[in-house]
Design a binder for this molecule. Sequence first.
Ligand code: ADP
Ligand code: ZN
Ligand code: ZN
Length: 745
Amino acid sequence: MRERYADIIVDISHEKVDRPFQYIIPQELVDAIYPGVRVHVPFGRGNQDKTGYVVDLSEETEYPVEKLKEITSVDEKGISAEGRQIQIAYWLKQQYGSTMITALKTVLPVKQQMKRPEKKKIVRCVDKERLQDAIEQCRRKHQVAKVRVLTALITEEELPYELVRQKLNVAPATLQALEKQGYLVMQRESYYRNPVRQMGREEERPCLTEMQAHIIEDVLADYRAGHPGTYLVHGVTGSGKTEVYLGIIEQMISMGKQAIVLIPEIALTYQTLLRFYKRFGDRVSVMNSTLSMGEKYDQIERAKAGELDVIIGPRSALFTPFANLGVIVMDEEHEGSYKSESSPKYHARETAIRIASMYGASVVLGSATPSLEAYYRARMGQYKLYEMRSRPGGSILPRVSIVDLREELKQGNRSVFSRQLRELLEERLRAKEQSILFLNRRGYAGFVSCRACGHVIKCPHCDVSLSEHRNGKMVCHYCGYEEPKMMKCPSCGSKYLMGFKAGTEQIEEAIHREFPEARVLRMDADTTRTKESYEKILSAFADEKADILVGTQMIVKGHDFPNVTLVGVLAADLSLNQNDYRAGERTFQLLTQAAGRAGRGDKPGEVVIQTYQPEHYSVIHAAKQDYEGFYEEEIAYRDFLQYPPVAHMLAVLIISQIQEQGKRLSEEMTELVNVEMKETKDLHVIGPAEAAIGKLNDLYRHVFYVRHEEYQVLVEAKDKLETFCRERELKNQMVQFDFDPMNTY
Ligand code: ADP
Ligand code: ZN
Ligand code: ZN
């Protein structure tokens, strides 16, 4: 049946997306109406002629038909920038399941009345010798923030203000002090926009390697020939991928095209951003979570107005409305943060490919450890694959050893450090070199339990144990609930309650015990509540204020620490034992990245991987830095069990206020798929079951999975379920869809 009604947003000033109006599609326009099209409609009492955008179509209407008006005509001007945004939103809604309003809000920026922020620059005022003297002075006074700015100003005559504030983590007061001392001035950008004076743009560039030149030419040749594709650049960190991106973007710009560069926020380092600024000057902009809504809106306006050529940012930068998009680059393509955690749960890779096809743009993916998805498709010939095997400067890979923790225990070693790791740590402390100790599990928080009856204290709102904090409180890591530590067990009344500390905290204490002279920094969910604290810990470690950095996986990304020559993975198994089909992949990626942290300077590095499963293929291949070897074993496993990327999987999460209702709904929905789709061959329904965390924020969670080789079959299942939910007019319940989930629920 054809859709007969269209939801239309009249005058798309973005606050109004919540209120579309429904119109009848006249017979003669049926083929011309689809989401994103601009139409003329009669509006208001006087039936004034207005233009609006079609955002959604439906077969039925909830309003009395006689009250609805008809669309007058389709606007001649063709699809506009907004129209394209709406098309993307519609695709998100269909492909991932959400309401159209939520999808629109994902894609369109929220307009807010805000003062336009001024773009500022920091300009050096003295020559390099005087700067060098100043740096020495500040260093003696331990003014590390000042040292950071001044050092950056030695190589660059000007620096973008936002870069210095956010990435160098320098306070405005510090900058004002330096301005008073006459070393620099802060200037508004509008002072001068002479592109010739851009921060030393005539930077010497490396002479491209044959492989780099080949990739750039290949991608652009396809583009010029009118068949842009998707490309996967597989190369270790430092193999020169960014140089490839820069080369492609540069030529795109010379053809009048624009570029979107996606980089996970955690990997958006100062050095990387600076390379883009240097190459492309003030026609580059950065999008990140520290920007306010108003600032984000502003970036988007600049992009629309043609003032930008390149936007760099995490996932959401994908929706920048450029007029002539030429390429989307996605660095660290395997990162989990490319998948949205809220509805629509879209993956930036798939969405990038879709957006690129609308514009006729190319997509360049890059990673040292590509996702199974991307590598599989490259092997299948859907993406072009390039392998960059060496670093241009040629550097030595770290030496990696695997330690069997079972063997340590047999030898009577009960410490968290194996004998080998302890010896190497001692060596590093003597040599004044730095080490990183890594506990590869997120949310490995502490808990409190009763030694008499074993009762574990849980959050009253979540199905999660509370963890004990230094301030004497017990805290829920999921909802933030806290209460003072109990004196007695609520179950048996015993007063022997014991706190088990979070993994990282235990390690920190073990270091204090076994290496009393070592200076330690700890980085985990607890010590990085705010964004600043995260940057602070990293810059303190970079400034060599500690000998050992202990942390969860957040420390293995981004920043370079040239003085780190030892990386210890304390228990590689922690991320293997998660009941999740991606656990092997995640472990391989984490171990490979952790190993890559050692010996980034001119000193060679060493890596120790401690594990109870030294024979596990993720561990073995990571130690050898052998991606292909890992891929072959992992894909065989996915193929055998029909998991993504070989087949596809849809997770349906039912969230309800009343547990019994949620359970019933999940059973009914599972039943519906089983019955309505029983003709579909090889469709598997798994569940329903209570989710691993059965209660969160006082809401109960049930889950089931649907698996099939074809994505579209799962979309069909989702559509049926959506219709079912709409007809049921669910109250106090919510259903979320997650295609090819990154985690199981
Ligand atoms: P990746 O993005 O793969 O980590 P980069 O592009 O950042 O790699 O390159 C790593 C380092 O090598 C950078 O300092 C870069 O300037 C340098 N580099 C890249 N390509 C070349 C080249 N062809 N010749 C010399 N140095 C290069
Ligand atoms: Zn008890
Ligand atoms: Zn809680």
